[in-house]
Write a protein of this length. Structure first.
Length: 179
């Protein structure tokens, strides 16, 4: 199978920048897990021989049909991810609101003045310009999870109601893929 065919058939990816200590973040992860599998698809346990003895039985979806893949990140977005999110924020007030709520230290009203450096000032970064730990960022209010990013639809959400609205696209889209 060619790489392009594989990419075309892969489900969308929704990244959740998650913090287990935040009840809203836990709720959004539960929503993502609940909604990702098409209705009517049943789970079953499949043994995988020797590896199952080490790792235990793995659950596998009988037909493998997903609406999207969930990427749970317990870290801060990278500069490249942040810059991409910033371009998404220029497309919609709702997306801009989600981005600004996740990075509350930034008080600018125009995206023209918004940058990684303003979201993460020098005290929030290591010498190599990578962000400090997620706990540090949350404690000092540089980053407030949860933040969910739908990379295909170019959409960000930071609360459960907006997430439910976003996931409606996956109920109406005909693009549901095998994985």
């Amino acid at each position: 199978m060619s790489m392009f065919r594989t990419l075309a058939e892969s489900p969308s990816v929704i990244t959740l920048y998650h913090y287990a200590g935040n009840p809203l973040s836990v709720k959004m992860l539960d929503i993502l897990k609940k909604e990702r599998v098409c209705k009517g698809v049943k789970e079953k346990n499949i043994k995988h021989g020797f590896l199952s003895q080490i790792f235990g039985d793995r659950k596998k979806l009988s037909s493998g049909i997903y609406r999207y893949k969930i990427d749970v990140s317990n870290s801060i977005p990278t500069k490249k991810q942040f810059d991409l999110m910033l371009t998404y924020a220029a497309t919609s007030p709702a997306v801009k609101k989600a981005l600004l709520s996740a990075f509350p230290k930034v008080t600018v009203t125009s995206l023209d003045n918004y940058s990684y450096a303003k979201a993460f000032p020098p005290e929030a970064l290591h010498q190599d310009q990578t962000p400090k730990s997620q706990e540090y960022m949350i404690k000092h209010n540089f980053f407030v999870p949860p933040l969910a990013v739908d990379w295909e639809h170019r959409y960000l959400v930071s609360d459960s109601e907006d997430l439910k609205r976003l996931l409606q696209k996956y109920h109406t889209d005909s693009k549901i893929t095998n994985n």
